[in-house]
Ligand binder design. Structure first.
Ligand SMILES: N[C@@H](CCC[C@H](N)C(=O)O)C(=O)O
Length: 281
């Protein structure tokens, strides 16, 4: 099977051309190939497929084999992949996902290479039961979430097609995410588990964020998570509608438009290497 390893702000996935490769059991394959010691090594697996209504369709699997509805960083990398491999000559591309249709706008440099991509992520979902969460308050803003006998965090929850819980706090560098991340991910109030963002506010245009991803653990960046951080920041009166989110893997530019209520995500898309792997060994 041929594959391409790509990353968006350090969030790395294995990309497979589903027009050519006919692979079964994608969930098991993601679990196996994402392993950083015994596989290719990645945060998960992304398959690019034909779509009836859109230019392309994305299926995205975390490194634990679970399938997610949406991935912001992978959407940008798909934009670069399909354009640079000649699967399309469009610079505005529609992408079918489990979270609906997303529109990718490609930004080309002078050599006609894709330098960055803007994804129209659609409107954030704020209704508590649709995220889904079991919180009775809706929207879920600054709701108390007990994580141990002596610690309760205030969380703001929303869906960007996939579920997010955002926590604002200082000194996020000092956090042990491997301890607190799984507790929130599996908290009973999140029936589908959750992605969790730990966010430090620097100014009304600048957030610093670490992320614990559902199904993948701590990653260097999460596109939907960065969008969730800005939406949650606005709901808490902490940030403007247009902000830079600084992640361990780089910066993402987020705008939650006042005009159309849609969230726009802009960032890099990078090809790391191409390869071929024997699946029967
Ligand atoms: N890294 C992604 C999100 C990937 C899926 C997520 N872990 C989930 O299970 O919802 C992004 O860039 O958005």
């Amino acid at each position: 099977m041929k594959f391409t390893k790509m990353h968006g702000t350090g969030n790395d996935y294995i990309y497979i051309n589903g027009f050519v490769e006919n692979i079964e059991n994608l969930s098991e394959l993601s679990l196996r190939l994402s392993d950083r010691h015994k596989g290719i090594g990645s945060d998960g697996l992304v398959v690019i497929l034909p779509s009836e209504d859109c230019d392309f369709k994305m299926r995205m699997f975390n490194s634990d084999g679970s399938e997610s509805e949406m991935c912001g960083n992978a959407s940008r990398c798909i934009g670069k992949y399909v354009y640079e491999k000649g699967l399309t000559d469009k610079t505005e591309i529609t992408l079918e996902t489990l979270a609906g249709v997303k529109v990718l706008k490609l930004w080309l440099n002078e050599e006609k290479r894709v330098e960055k991509v803007t994804v129209d992520m659609g409107a954030p979902v704020l209704d508590a039961s649709s995220i889904p969460t079991a919180f009775s308050q809706s929207p879920v803003v600054k709701s108390p979430l007990p994580v141990s006998d002596d610690a309760t965090y205030e969380v703001t929850c929303l869906s960007m097609g996939n579920p997010h819980a955002v926590l604002f706090m200082d000194k996020i560098d000092e956090l042990d995410l491997s301890e607190i991340g799984p507790v929130i991910e599996h908290a009973p109030c999140f029936p589908n588990r959750t992605n969790t963002e730990f966010v430090e506010v620097v100014s009304d245009r600048w957030l610093i964020m670490r992320v614990w991803e559902r199904g993948a653990g701590e990653t260097l960046a999460c596109g939907t998570g960065a969008c969730a951080a800005v939406v949650a920041g606005v709901l808490n009166g902490l940030v403007g509608r247009s902000a830079t989110v600084q992640l361990r893997g780089g910066d993402l530019e987020i705008e939650w438009s006042e005009d159309d209520n849609r969230v726009y995500l802009t960032g890099d898309a990078v090809t790391v290497f191409e390869g071929e792997i024997k699946l029967d060994e």
